[in-house]
Ligand binder design. Structure first.
Ligand code: ZN
Length: 460
């Protein structure tokens, strides 16, 4: 890709591309995007905008390329990429309790940082510009530092469990104070009850209040602190909740969470696989956001979320990869394709979830799900410049009838060439500008060996 440098400016003109705006403007051919500092200031036809913004702009020639908003991954556990391929082919509970949780106990803040660094790098290379991650927040090195070092936008959560309430509260306060809306607005934070079977009813009520309190101190209408939780991932979850907390669930988990006054538009619920009609009604009524993770749900054989039904009720459904332990990549192109195919297959209906709908779920709906759609999710003036450029001059993308069709059914994450986040070029022609990928891989290898040693000595 040719780039005419104009040293000393932070302004960029992407020209001659096919712009998939994901807004009412639709697709602009021979289009241009004008970026000043961290914002998109104008979009339109190249000939018009080149005349208007000729000098003082660094130019990116996007001939033969598609320019679109960066993808938004609404459910991740970024640090866990360090455990990619460590344990597979097991039922969720056995996988978690016997394999994942024991090795996670040996993870230090450095391991968490390195794992998140790997996910951040992998995400950007594959065209994802925002990641919503739930993990243990640690002092010093952590996921927030990793995202910020790589230049990835994200919401960093601290996952909360009933067995460590005191520690959770201290860490949530520190996370929000240090990181919410920091690094030029790149990083936001969330309060993350792990799930309804690991968080007791009283703690749910408390975590809602803690989140409100943190919002009063550090949040705002424009940049709220949200709540991120796993709900109804498997079909035995109701029984697990009843056994753990001696409660009686009448008509689904969402009814139970609603009775605790936990649900509102600031809650994003990952999975929503084992849900009832009543659950769907409550999700809709409370405007709870859903993160659909088809690859993870298939790999763990958890079941299939009734996404077409949720979409038909106007629920905001977004897409997530889940961690690289249960996916096992951070590839949102793969998630888009599998989401589109899965629901057609199980419903025996090829009209279900069109390519256009899937693209929305990975962009503007993802932004809505994270309460961030005022700033990201589409290419529109005044939004933050989170933009990806894909090379469409590839055999598997020829001939071209519909960009939307190709992006969901034919494109691969490796077709992403250039990535901008917050107006900064973080990847150019396939090369990251913020970190040395080889160095990150070396760090990962070292961290993995160290972690395995720690697990061995822990078992002795
Ligand atoms: Zn998860």
């Amino acid at each position: 890709m040719r780039r005419e440098k104009d040293v000393g400016t932070m302004n960029i003109l992407i020209k001659n591309g096919t712009i998939l705006t994901m807004s009412e403007k639709g697709i602009i051919r021979q289009g241009a995007v004008v970026i000043e500092d961290d914002k998109i200031v104008d979009i339109g036809k190249t000939e018009d905008l080149e005349r208007k913004y000729g000098r003082g702009y660094e130019k990116i020639d996007a001939s033969g390329k598609v320019v679109m908003p960066g993808l938004i991954n609404t459910h991740q556990h970024a640090a866990m990429s360090l455990l990619r391929g460590y344990a597979d082919d097991l039922p969720l509970q056995e996988w978690l309790e016997n394999r994942i949780w024991p090795i996670e106990k040996c993870m230090t803040p450095h391991h968490i940082y390195v794992g998140a660094l790997l996910t951040a790098v992998e995400s950007i290379i594959g065209g994802t510009t925002t990641v919503n991650t739930m993990y243990h927040y640690t002092r010093g090195e952590n996921e927030a530092k990793a995202f910020s070092d790589v230049g990835l936008r994200g919401i960093i959560g601290h996952v909360c469990f009933s067995w460590r309430k005191r520690e959770d509260k201290l860490l949530l306060e520190e996370l929000a104070g240090k990181w919410h809306n920091k690094r030029d607005g790149l990083i936001r934070v969330s309060v993350d009850p792990h799930s309804p079977y690991t968080v007791d009813p009283e703690y749910f009520i408390e975590l809602k209040e803690i989140g409100r309190d943190l919002n009063r101190k550090y949040g705002s209408q424009e940049a709220p602190i949200i709540w991120h939780i796993h709900v109804a991932e498997t079909f035995d979850e109701v029984e697990k909740i009843q056994a753990a907390f001696k409660v009686r669930l009448k008509d689904g988990i969402f009814e139970y969470l609603d009775s605790l006054k936990f649900l509102d538009e600031y809650v994003i619920a990952a999975h929503c696989v084992a849900i009832t009609e009543k659950d769907i009604e409550i999700i809709r009524k409370r405007d709870v956001k859903v993160s659909h993770n088809p690859v993870s749900n298939l790999k763990l054989a958890s079941g299939i979320s009734p996404v077409p039904k949720l979409v038909s009720k106007d629920v905001t459904v977004s897409l997530g990869t889940d961690s690289s332990c249960s996916n096992n990549t951070a590839d949102m192109f793969e998630v888009m394709k599998i989401a589109a195919l899965l629901h057609k297959g199980v419903n025996r209906n090829p009209t279900v979830l069109s390519a256009g709908q899937i693209l929305k779920m990975a962009t503007i709906k993802g932004a809505k799900a994270l309460m961030w759609d005022e700033e990201i999710g589409s290419i529109e003036p005044n939004k933050k410049a989170d933009v990806i450029i894909l090379n469409f001059r590839k055999p598997h993308l020829f001939p071209l009838y519909s960009e939307e069709s190709h992006l969901v059914y034919a494109a691969k994450s490796s077709d992403v060439e250039t990535v901008l986040i917050n107006g900064k070029i973080v990847m150019e022609n396939g090369k990251l500008t913020t970190v040395d990928v080889d160095k990150v891989l070396e760090m990962v290898e070292k961290a993995k060996e160290d972690l395995i040693e720690r697990v061995k000595s822990n078992l002795k």
